[in-house]
Design a protein around this ligand. Structure first.
Ligand code: URA
Length: 242
């Protein structure tokens, strides 16, 4: 079991500088199983249930490093640390922005795309999900500006569609039409603005885009836009299934 110094654990979770968290501990504001941990230099075993057993200033400890969450990305927020306008990080508790290792998005959704976005501070997990060989499929619900012509599913499945400015055709994409202007597409790779550029190549235009599935993990109907949920091991495994 990995163990870390209490001051380092709390400082890396964003609770303050090493000196500040030392002050919290000394004041009896850091507790495990109800008992004050006053010595900030003591080593704490990173047991999986630590966040439930430990409190800081009366509130449960934030999730330990190695967290993965799913966020229902609303329209109008950007998956970036630096760009102007509302950022995805503003949807997380303020303290979490000071975590080290930092939480990153697993891939990106455009500012004007909503839906399931994963975030993690686990670099190895992030790479396992986005690695092309993992072939984690992503499903999008698409609203089109113009009616489908009828040949789109076959063209997308052919593995021959070329996007403007690229020299390699897209991998086959599964498309299911819902009605004249709505369909779902399942991608097995992730190129820049792929869905929008794909439909542009087909002579159409994407009016609205929503991701509802990453691998075998679906965006739950009871997770409202702008909210997030920490994933358990079973849900993380589901990303690699389906
Ligand atoms: N394809 C797009 O065009 N935009 C996204 O956000 C994701 C996939």
């Amino acid at each position: 079991m990995k163990a870390v110094r209490l001051d380092r654990l709390l400082a890396n979770l964003g609770y303050g500088s090493r000196r500040e968290v030392e002050g919290l501990a000394r004041a009896g504001l850091v507790r495990r199983d109800g008992e004050a941990l006053r010595d900030a230099s003591q080593r704490i075993a990173l047991e999986p249930d630590l966040s439930a057993r430990m409190t800081v200033q009366g509130a449960p400890l934030d999730p330990l490093p190695g967290v993965c969450l799913m966020l229902h990305k609303p329209l109008g927020v950007t998956c970036s640390h630096k760009e102007a306008g509302p950022l995805i990080y503003s949807l997380l508790p303020e303290r979490w922005r000071r975590r080290d290792p930092a939480l990153s998005t697993v891939g990106r959704l455009d500012k004007e795309t909503s839906g399931l976005l994963l975030m993690t501070d686990d670099g190895a997990l992030l790479h396992r999900i986005i690695a092309p060989k993992a072939k984690v499929a992503k499903r999008y619900r698409v609203t089109l500006a113009r009616p489908l012509q009828g040949d789109e599913a076959a063209i997308l499945a052919s593995g021959e569609l070329m996007l403007e400015g690229e020299d390699k055709p897209l991998l086959p994409v599964e498309m299911e039409g819902e009605d004249a202007t709505h369909c779902t597409v399942t991608l097995h790779e992730g190129r820049y603005h792929q869905v929008r550029r794909m439909f542009a190549a087909l002579g159409n235009h994407v009016d609205a885009l929503h991701r509802d599935r990453v691998g075998g993990l679906a965006l739950p109907a009871d997770l409202p836009a702008g909210e997030f949920r920490i994933l358990g091991p079973g849900e993380i495994a589901a990303v690699f299934g389906g």
